[in-house]
Every structure is written in C-alpha cells, then in structure tokens.
Design a protein around this ligand. Sequence first.
Ligand SMILES: [Zn+2]
Length: 147
Amino acid sequence: MVGSMIACEECGASGRLGSCTELFGALLALDHERRQPWGRFHGLNVACFQLQHPSATTVSAVGGQWQVVNTFLAGGLTAIQDLQTRWVRSNRRGARPWPAADSVPARSAPPTVTIEDVSVDGTFPASGYEERMHAWAKSVAAERVTA
Ligand SMILES: [Zn+2]
C-alpha cells in the first residue's frame, strides 16, 4: 500500500505510506471490526479526516463534524456519546441536530498532525493510539481558530 509519494493537497501529508484515502480506508476497516482501541474513535476519526479533507465531506455535514471534534477536546469520548444521543433525540423532533456549516471557521493554519502521523507506519498501532487521536483532534481544531 505504499503510494506514489505525492503529498496530499488537502492536509499536506507526504504520501510516503500511501494516499490519505488509502490510509483512511485502512483505519475504517479497523473501526468496523469494532476492535478497541479503534472502534470507539470511529465518529472522531471521520470528523478529523473530513475536516482536513473538505472534498471528502458535504457542506451539511461539516457543522456536525466540527462539533464532534470540539466536544471531544472538551469532554472526551463520553461527551461525544452524549452529543450523539442528543442528536438522535432532536432528529426525532424534526429539528436540525447540528449547527449550520457557516458556524464553522475557515481553515487558517496548516495541519500539524495528519492521518499519516496517526497511522505511524500505515497500520495505526494500538499502542499510543488514543494519544495520537487526541493530537489529531487538537490539530484539526487549531487549524480553524479564528484570529
Ligand atoms: Zn491528506
């Protein structure tokens, strides 16, 4: 799965382990096996990846992804679960469950952590995975801080 060493235009990863899309595919495969520590980070993985790769997301999803990242940084995985529970409830009432995309700041700083860093060697080793996910979320938030 070693790619052609083309740097990613969206997040700046070097491409030395394959494209970001290939790495994300490998990570989603781990998530979907529901093995830990990967499985419980699934919602956060998707949010971080798509906020760093806007071409992979939709305008209507960005607000929710931004909220997932900030909720994780404020309260960890438990807070994300609470958030998702609230979304399910408000969806039943027919309300829009997440903030509008225009409440998400534009990217203003380059990533310091990309999916390539989280993957370490392309395999997303379990050791230190939680710390790397935290660093990834922090980078995603710092990229969109309004000056
Ligand atoms: Zn990328």
